[in-house]
Design a protein around this ligand. Structure first.
Ligand code: FAD
Length: 347
């Protein structure tokens, strides 16, 4: 094997793949359209499998020791509640939660990786003669388009999100579910709080966003109000939510897709970035172990496609469940009952 790869995109998926391949002795070129890694961004939940993958590609320690890592021990103070402040469920004790700020994660992943910035790849065909090409170019991936055409373009989920970070901590974290809307609150280190809000909507909204957020969420009780009071217009990120249709394969010819290019998903389970890290670790391992590139790519597809496509579906269903417009009382009653039944098991 020639052990050379061209990676299109220096996001979480591309950089995880670059690290993984480099650790297996590959020479890697990373092409990124932006002129630098982002210096701002919100928190990403890190599930245990992603934390293990970060360690496997040698970025775990750097991420954990960065100022951007937050840890909630035993799920303390995490609950699901209604806009009126009624608790539907408290977090099961014992499950630690890890979160990392996107810029801190990207910086940890980018250590020792050479990135060619200001390099937009409009035509991935230019790299058809490379030994291995990795399409890590996100939700609206040109690499995916080249491999599978228009039919597999990202499709809108009929929902939009706002997110940001505010100064100071708050006394509780979790999500608040209302008909057609949710608001989430997580820590962002010792002195900051991360928030996100979603509603069902067919398209995004023009700025200013704060008046709309205040109108929609400003009357919600307790901690939401506390967070809302600290949000400033300049710090609000806003975008539509999309998912990748179910691809027949994550590879074709000499090209593999990773991250959102392969499986963009709704954010309601907090899995997209996690799965992008796991993809990168898995792709490096698969091609390093195999005797031919074809065998390595087939092993990667087997290891990652079914699982991540299940998560795309589960994330979409979770969003529908959280933001359902009718039957909310019945749903809340079921959640409340489950919470009560689980209490003796977890306290
Ligand atoms: C509201 C919200 C909340 C989320 N919360 C979580 C969470 O808590 N936990 C979690 O695990 N995930 C979360 N996610 C998902 C996560 O953000 C994504 O899954 C993850 O960022 C995907 O990384 P990626 O590298 O595949 O894509 P991207 O981050 O999109 O990176 C793609 C890179 O490719 C570059 N690029 C694109 N096109 C080209 C081109 N033609 N040429 C060169 N470069 C190009 C881009 O500039 C970019 O740097 C959330 C997502 C949203 C929307």
């Amino acid at each position: 094997m020639r052990n050379e790869a061209v990676i299109i995109g220096a996001g979480i998926g591309g950089l995880s793949t670059a690290r993984s391949l480099a650790r297996h002795g590959w020479s890697v070129t990373v092409l990124e359209q932006a002129s630098a890694l982002p210096s701002t961004g919100t928190m990403l939940g890190m599930w245990p499998q992603a934390v293990s993958a970060l360690d496997a590609i040698g970025a775990g320690e750097a991420a954990r020791s960065s100022g951007g890592w937050a840890h909630i021990s035993g799920g303390a103070g995490t609950r699901l509640w209604t806009p009126e402040g009624r608790t539907l469920m408290s977090a099961p004790g014992g499950a630690d939660l890890n979160l990392v700020a996107r810029p801190a994660l990207l910086a940890a992943l980018a250590r020792d990786v050479d990135i060619s910035f200001d390099t937009r790849v409009d035509d991935p065909d230019l790299y058809k003669d490379a030994y291995l090409v990795v399409g890590a170019d996100g939700t609206f991936s040109r690499s995916r388009h080249r491999m599978f055409g228009d039919r597999f373009s990202a499709r809108p989920l009929g929902a939009v999100a706002w997110r940001g970070t505010v100064p100071g901590s708050v006394r509780e974290h979790g999500e608040i579910w209302a008909p057609g809307a949710l608001f989430g609150i997580t820590p962002a280190g010792p002195d900051a709080t991360n928030w996100y809000a979603c509603i069902n909507a067919d398209s995004t909204f023009d700025a200013p966003h704060l008046p709309r957020l205040t109108e929609r969420f400003g009357s919600w009780r307790g901690t939401v109000r506390d967070v809302m009071d600290r949000i400033e217009e300049d710090g609000i990120l806003h975008h539509g939510l999309f998912e990748t249709p179910k691809l027949p394969s994550f590879t074709r010819g000499n090209t593999a897709l990773v991250g959102d290019a392969a499986h963009a998903m709704a954010p309601f389970l907090g899995r997209g970035a996690c799965e992008s890290i796991v993809d990168g670790a898995a792709l490096g391992r698969a091609v390093a172990k195999a005797s031919t590139l074809d065998a390595g790519l087939a092993a990667y597809d087997r290891a990652r496609r079914a699982r991540s496509q299940r998560l795309v579906r589960s994330s979409r269903l979770m969003g529908r469940f959280a933001m359902m417009r009718t039957g909310v009382q019945a749903r809340n009653a079921v959640i409340g009952t489950i919470g009560k039944l689980m209490k003796p098991l977890i306290s």
